[in-house]
Design a protein around this ligand. Structure first.
Ligand code: ZN
Length: 339
């Protein structure tokens, strides 16, 4: 390949259920900072919540579309099965205690590709794993959260997805995107973007061949897409052209205001995005007050009163009483409106 590979993960976007529960978990238990409270640009009656480090650095950002009444996702081929977050070495036991105290069911601490990992699921079924690793991130601690700075999540580490056939994805990842195949363990094949640090933090994609697997479906608790960082518009255009030459039909460049985006599916069906590093979350808010007020891109600003009237109140409320009936799923997630 003659195009520069992406730098690493920029953000991971997932579908959540109730937005208040989502906020309570990611801010109140995981200790991430809500750095942007916005709306789904294709469905402005739905929030788009962005959690990150204290300054909202690219590579630390987990974002959610909370659709309280959508159906749960179906795990399967072509859908990300788990997202990895980096935590400092030696902190997994503290994390295990913190998650258990919050009522989260965690799996036993395990070792994958030589790294210690703690897999668990968030309250809406999204699979995550905290992975101990070195810390090559541009990272700013968030001091108003419940997690001590020395234990805070440093950023996105990687993700894994089962695929029906990994061969076409392998060619695409290595020849077009610039990943390197670095190893295989328990059926998972690890691809890593090249980079200066000694670990693959933020640059890992693991895939496993599941030839008889059913196609997964998006819904509450699934990852919607993986966004990879490109340095600037030029880098994005070069990679977009390479993706197009490979027959992957990338979207046009879409202005997401805090970054510019191109979307396409890799051959195994996982939705990818190429997102520019800038201009960043502080372009429209005081860095000290990130996430406090509803931010709309300029073209939605004229509709603010209508949008604010339909969005649910994010103020915390008592947790639902045990045994209270959950709202019945009423809607299927429409892939066309979920970027
Ligand atoms: Zn995105």
């Amino acid at each position: 390949m003659n195009t520069q590979p992406p730098i690493g993960l920029h953000h991971v976007t997932a579908i959540a259920g109730d937005p208040v529960e989502n906020l309570r978990f990611y801010q109140g238990v995981m200790g991430l900072r809500l750095v942007k409270k916005s709306v789904n640009q294709d469905d402005p009656a739905t929030y788009h919540l962005f959690y990150a480090d204290g300054e909202g650095h690219p590579g630390t950002d987990l974002t959610f579309f909370p659709w309280a009444h959508a159906k749960p996702g179906t795990p399967g081929v072509g859908v990300v099965q788990e997202t990895y977050l980096t935590v400092p070495p030696g902190t997994l036991e503290a994390w295990e205690a913190r998650l258990l105290a919050a009522g989260v069911r965690v799996d036993p601490i395990t070792r994958r590709f030589g790294e210690r990992a703690l897999p668990f699921a968030d309250p809406h079924g999204l699979r995550l794993a905290l992975v101990e690793g070195p810390d090559p991130f541009a990272f700013t601690p968030w001091h108003e959260g419940p997690v001590p700075a020395a234990e805070q999540v440093r950023g996105l580490h990687g993700a894994r997805a089962p695929l029906r056939d990994i061969a076409p994805s392998e060619s695409f990842l290595t020849e077009v995107m610039g990943f390197e195949r670095v190893g295989e363990e328990n059926g998972w094949v690890r691809f890593v973007l090249p980079g200066p640090a000694d670990s693959g933090a933020g640059r890992i994609l693991d895939v496993r061949q599941d030839p008889d697997g059913r196609r997964g479906a998006w819904g509450v608790g699934s990852v919607h897409h993986l966004a990879w960082t490109v340095a600037d518009d030029e880098h994005q255009a070069a990679l977009r052209e390479a993706v197009e030459r490979a027959g992957r039909r990338p979207s046009e460049v879409i202005d997401r205001f805090w970054f510019r985006s191109v979307y396409f599916m890799e051959p195994g069906g996982v939705l990818f995005e190429l997102a520019t590093e800038g201009p960043g979350f502080a372009v429209d808010e005081d860095p000290a007050a990130l996430g406090e007020r509803l931010i709309l891109p300029p073209w939605l600003e004229p509709f603010r009163p209508r949008i604010e009237a339909v969005l649910p109140d994010l103020a915390d409320r008592p947790a639902a009483a045990a045994g209270a009936p959950a709202a019945a799923p009423t809607a299927t997630v429409d892939p066309a409106v979920t970027r």
